[in-house]
Design a protein around this ligand. Sequence first.
Ligand code: PPS
Length: 572
Amino acid sequence: MSMPANLAPLPELYVSYESAQKLKVEAGDLTSLDLTPRQICDLELLMNGGFYPLKGFLPEADYDSVVEDMRLADGTLWPMPITLDVKEAFAETVEIGQDIALRDQEGVILATMTVTDKWEPNKAREAEKVFGADDSAHPAVNYLHNQAGNIYLGGPVTGIQQPVHYDFRGRRDTPNELRAQFRKLGWRKIVAFQTRNPLHRAHQELTFRAAREAEANLLIHPVVGLTKPGDVDHFTRVRCYEAVLDKYPSSTTTMSLLNLAMRMAGPREAVWHGLIRRNHGCTHMIVGRDHAGPGKNSAGEDFYGPYDAQELFRQHQDEIGITMVDFKHMVYVQERAQYEPADEIEDRDNVTILNISGTELRRRLREGLEIPEWFSFPEVVQELRRTSPPRAEQGFTVFFTGLSGSGKSTIANALMVKLMEMGGRPVTLLDGDIVRKNLSSELGFSKEHRDLNIQRIGYVASEITKNGGIAICAPIAPYATTRRSVREMIEQYGAFVEVHVATPLEECERRDRKGLYKLAREGKIKEFTGISDPYDVPETPELRVDTVNIDVDNCAHQVILKLESMGLIAGQ
Ligand code: PPS
């Protein structure tokens, strides 16, 4: 029997093992670029054929054509600009025609690239055309403007080695490995399911139904490269997928992890996902409502219409070489104790339809509430609970800010003792003076040094929070922007509770417990907060405490009550 086209080997950009060894040594002398995590994902799929027919990072003519028309300059359908963005300073060191080495973040050389093009892209146009709006609420537009370098380099890539992965190695397959696996299993028609979320019963039902209707086998093909900020981390998700895999009839379904860096570009992304799945040997792909949607724009509206992705995919499916399978919205019908497609329920007035939204699921996880068995598999819920324990078991940071001598350290100490008395989570106090002795001993009080000091405190607190502890910080932290950036760093992992110790300057100066105000007034200490240096009063802290009329114990108790009301500590 002849080999179906979708399963024939696909060209890769790697050279042979022997040539790679030689090239790697030679490349050691080349100008080299340390790739960003997103660029490493792109490079992996360029080299292994996942982005076939691309031969490297896009040159300018292809880039222009992809941005404007979703096609390479030769007319081939390709919706996503795969570009190598670099900083101006690096670009200045590179001449057209020069080979450069592309390295991973540890400095391992993965590939070389012959630079054929170097240009300054019109990022606003790219944002409008590719992502639909020049609005930084879109994660890829935000990346484009705030992370990507301003110069693009283009040219063919010569692959030396795959990026190294230490996790789930047995579950990662190149397009050719998947094609070979399908050949071996005798699979001819394969439906791909793209996902960046944990799978629950509804997904299992809909994917299995899709495969049955297409008379095909099923490939669960989750993205483990970069997904939408705030998604469940891929380690947890893969453990969840492994549990769900057991629920499919054996030998109908397989799973492989895709190291793709998603752009959340909705319709264009759906077409791109189709091409990538074709390259991985699939014949069908499930496209859902709001496929690869980025969420709301800065005006609070959706970036794309709910069916834009399906429409664009349908228009191009012949060219993509993949048949689209409609995603059926599955709901649970209580009386029949089964999932059914929402649009096929004729007696909907007489039955009870149950559904739990993503937001509701997150709330239940956060508050430790029941997640019913009809909704998800116990093994999946258990995994999710392990990574998202209820708030009362998660780490958090209490960040006191206020003038020197306002009473931050005293209240912070009292709070620490109260939390230790309660027990449960480890508590660490990062008091201003302690930090300046241990972490920031070389720093002074210029704006730059204060910012650095607060960033360090924020970093340590974020690590403590990530690992389930309680961090109590008590620096002056006079600048609102720096406090905001610390908040953002910590909120990735847990709650950030800002407490403004609002003792007025006159009172701090009257107390002058360290005698510093006197010296500051005499000009003997320069840049003294409140006297000769600014303090931005927090506008909306989680809590503001007044220390003039209230004693320390009571102030600390107010913080405890706040933590309780936020669900961070269990009620007493
Ligand atoms: S900052 O701005 O957040 O980096 O400051 P912080 O690390 O909290 O350090 C404040 C303590 O340093 C002493 N000190 C000064 N404070 C403010 N301005 C100047 N110029 C200054 N020089 C020394 C002072 O004791 C502060 O401690 P607290 O506990 O706040 O009184």
